[in-house]
Design a protein around this ligand. Structure first.
Ligand SMILES: Nc1ncnc2c1ncn2[C@@H]1O[C@H](COP(=O)(O)OP(=O)(O)OP(=O)(O)O)[C@@H](O)[C@H]1O
Length: 308
């Protein structure tokens, strides 16, 4: 199946001469959830803004649903929803009118039943007649999402949807993203919460200094780059690691009772059983064993750190 969003050699230089995007290539598949991770200033918002028609690209092409974002901007914008980072809402309008008006703006027929469902899904229905300036920041963020959903986009961009929101709203948001995916919506989100990407994304893209460092299935990424560590607690301390254990590349902790073994969790052989028998042959008694896997956060920090 052709990708729903296809980005080729996308560049952006701002008027200041700053190169925010330096030749980005990216395909986004229909129905997937892609999380874009990157430090502040990496170029995430610039990329999303270009796809949504808010910023003009300096070079390259982007198609959405097979349509060019510049030539066929009406078609592409009608299938894209954007929940921006900044809260841009009319403070004196009611929740209902804001959301219903957004649907009209996108040329869709009025559909009060749909608006009602969206507001209920976002726990906003009891606030439907409240003017926006009387809502909390978290509620206003929900209104931004309701606005973007009001015209039933096929592709939804969420630019840091949970920045500054409380834990319960974050969990609600994750559930909503799941429901939208089940309904076939493609979702691209940027986030600084790596835990969020780990929780909901199918694929992870890492962007830094205007370049995509990698795009990979979350599970494959964790398996490929994730290292596992096994810690062995010895019953009695040792001064040195016996020579017979040297092939395992162990490190000995300060107290002489903790041995650490690093292994590749996705490899055919982890070497754990041979290590355990070598320990017993060396006459070392094992008190406890634990393993730890590197998280997406460790992987991200390492990737961005080495690309500087
Ligand atoms: N209008 C502009 N004029 C000049 N430079 C800009 C403009 N907008 C953004 N930039 C610069 O482009 C770079 C990328 O910004 P962008 O907002 O795309 O990053 P981001 O990855 O979304 O960051 P954050 O995580 O902080 O939102 C930054 O260095 C920013 O200062």
């Amino acid at each position: 199946m052709a990708p729903i969003v296809s980005i080729r050699n996308l560049t952006k230089s701002y008027a200041s001469g700053f190169e925010a995007l330096k030749g980005v290539d990216l395909d986004i598949e229909e129905g997937e959830i892609l999380a874009l991770l990157g430090p502040n200033g990496a170029g995430k918002t610039t990329m999303i803004s270009i796809i949504c028609g808010i910023v003009t690209p300096s070079g390259g092409t982007v198609t959405v649903g097979g349509h060019d974002i510049l030539r066929d901007f009406r078609q592409t914008r009608s299938i894209i929803g954007l929940v921006p980072q900044e809260l841009t809402l009319d403070a004196f309008e009611t929740v209902w009118n804001t959301v219903a008006f957004s649907r009209g703006l996108h040329g869709c027929r009025p559909d009060p039943a749909l608006i009602e469902r969206i507001l209920k899904d976002l726990s906003l229905y009891d606030k439907k007649d409240t003017v926006l300036r009387h809502l909390s920041g978290g509620m206003r963020r929900r209104v931004l999402i309701a606005k973007a959903l009001s015209y039933e986009p096929k592709v939804l961009f969420l630019d840091e949807p949970t920045a500054g929101v409380d834990v319960s709203l974050r969990k609600d948001m994750w559930q909503l993203v799941e429901r939208l995916r089940a309904a076939g919506v493609t979702i691209i989100l940027t986030t600084h919460y790596i835990e969020e990407a780990e929780e909901i994304a199918d694929r992870i893209g890492v962007i830094n200094n205007g370049q995509i460092l990698l795009v990979e299935e979350k599970k494959a990424l964790m398996a490929k780059l994730g290292r596992k560590e096994m810690t062995v607690e010895l019953a009695e301390p040792i001064g040195n690691i016996p020579d017979t254990l040297s092939p395992f590349g162990l490190t000995l902790g300060e107290a002489g009772t903790r041995l650490t073994y690093e292994f590749n969790a996705s490899g055919e052989r982890t070497g754990i059983s041979s290590l355990l028998s070598a320990l017993s042959q060396a006459g070392l008694r094992v008190k406890d064993i634990s393993t730890e896997q590197s998280s997406l956060e460790d992987i991200f920090v390492e990737l961005v750190g080495t690309s500087k």
